[in-house]
Design a protein around this ligand. Structure first.
Ligand code: SAH
Length: 395
């Protein structure tokens, strides 16, 4: 068995620890899950900014650009764009090696910018090059817009214009739709999170891990620019990105602060009607994934960190306040077991989610209402792997 796992781990470039974790829970299904994770979803979701435009108008604009898209059958503020591929990628003699995160965006047709380059040599402006990741896997190919030396030295700028990639999606971020603030590219389960929070225009909402602001700006949109949302994040560069989105999307009820949301000042104690907690997680549900290096120790450390936010939530929430907790990962430790930690230690209960299109959470002993937790599985739902919990604090 152990030997098989080693082959499995090599074949898919997933750490042995993650394979073991999946195997314990999913058994034979593990391979299907990993195969799904290695590919993008068949449809790419975008959220329509209903403060500025309707989904019908977005579809119309896309049609004028010859891009077929459709409104999501369950949620009309979501537009789905087809992901094309897999295509074969030409292998040129000259290669550029990129890091894992860059490879995961290039595989869907994004251009290569200088900071993603790890290795390049003897490349001249205009050369055709193939992009590979550290393991030598072919990701994409295109035309060099810099020399090898510039690729390695410059901290910004277009390094390779991608002409061939394994998968292709419409380049959202460069589109007028994006620039005019009509859309935000977000996965379907992540769009559901703010809907499930159900913020009301007169409420006070805290988003404790907010950057780059996908969910926070959606909350602002649902509140129709009324009420007050405080968005906190510990990363300054990522805070800058929320601020750019706020301007782009025309948001007026969202204030952004840089800080550690585990230790907010006294003035935030027992004041939030609703809290969103989307903490750092092992992100094992995010796709497409080329390699996974996560270890068991990483997961243990993440759980410890996530619980520090959960403990803090109890200080910030009002009596009868609502918490929505979500992750883009598949481990029970970061999902159901964290919710059990909350229910065991604080006066709160799992409640129903009014938008439920996934599967129930995983059953764990002595956790009442576990069926009201929601999960999305990459091999079943054509989405990233995702977990959403909604709780009411009685206090
Ligand atoms: N909710 C966001 C994604 C959040 S990703 C969205 O929908 O766009 C997790 C975020 O947690 C990261 O931006 C990270 O910078 C932030 N973070 C990590 N530790 C933190 C801390 N102690 N306090 C506040 N934010 C933190």
């Amino acid at each position: 068995m152990c030997k098989d796992f080693q082959n499995f781990s090599k074949k898919y470039q997933f750490s042995q620890d993650v394979i073991n974790l999946f195997w314990e829970k999913y058994g034979e299904r593990t391979e299907k899950i990993i195969q799904a994770l290695k590919q993008p979803s068949k449809n790419y979701a975008i959220r329509v900014n209903t403060l500025k435009v309707t989904s019908e108008k977005v579809i119309e604009i896309l049609q004028e650009m010859n891009i077929q898209a459709e409104i999501h059958p369950e949620l009309d503020e979501v537009v789905l764009l087809p992901v094309k591929g897999p295509f074969s990628v030409p292998e040129y003699e000259k290669k550029v090696v990129v890091d894992k995160f860059t490879a995961e965006s290039l595989i869907q047709g994004a251009d290569l910018f200088a900071p993603g380059v790890l290795r390049a040599s003897k490349i001249r402006l205009g050369d055709m090059v193939t992009i590979i990741d550290k393991t030598g896997e072919c990701i994409a190919a295109g035309k060099a817009m810099m020399t090898a030396r510039e690729m390695l030295q410059l901290k910004k700028g277009l390094a390779v214009k991608i002409l061939y990639s394994r998968y292709k999606i419409f380049s959202i971020r460069e589109s007028q739709l994006f620039k005019k603030g009509y859309i935000f590219d977000q996965s379907f389960p992540s769009i559901l999170v703010s809907k499930i929070l159900d913020p009301q225009p007169y409420e006070f909402v805290l988003d404790l891990c907010a950057a780059p602001g996908g969910k926070a700006t959606h909350i602002a949109q649902i509140m129709r620019n009324k009420g007050c949302i405080i968005a906190i994040d510990r990363s300054k560069p990522r805070i800058k990105r929320i601020k750019e989105h706020i301007l782009r999307l025309g948001i007026k009820n969202l204030q952004v602060f840089h800080g550690d949301s585990r230790n907010l000042p006294e003035k935030y104690h027992h004041c939030a009607d609703k809290i969103l907690l989307d903490p750092p997680c092992s992100a094992l549900g995010v796709r497409p994934k080329l390699q996974v290096f996560t270890t068991k120790r990483d997961i243990i450390n993440l759980v410890r960190y996530q619980r520090q936010f959960l403990e803090a939530v109890a200080n910030y929430i009002k009596p009868n306040g609502i918490l929505v907790y979500c992750t883009c990962t598949l481990t029970t430790e970061e999902n159901e077991e964290n919710i059990k930690f909350l229910v065991d230690n604080f006066n709160c209960e799992i409640i129903e989610q009014s938008f439920f299109y996934g599967y129930p959470g995983e059953k764990i002993e002595n956790l009442p209402n576990w069926q009201k937790l929601q999960r999305f599985y990459p091999d079943i739902h054509d989405t990233p792997g995702y977990f959403i919990a909604k709780l009411r604090f009685r206090l």
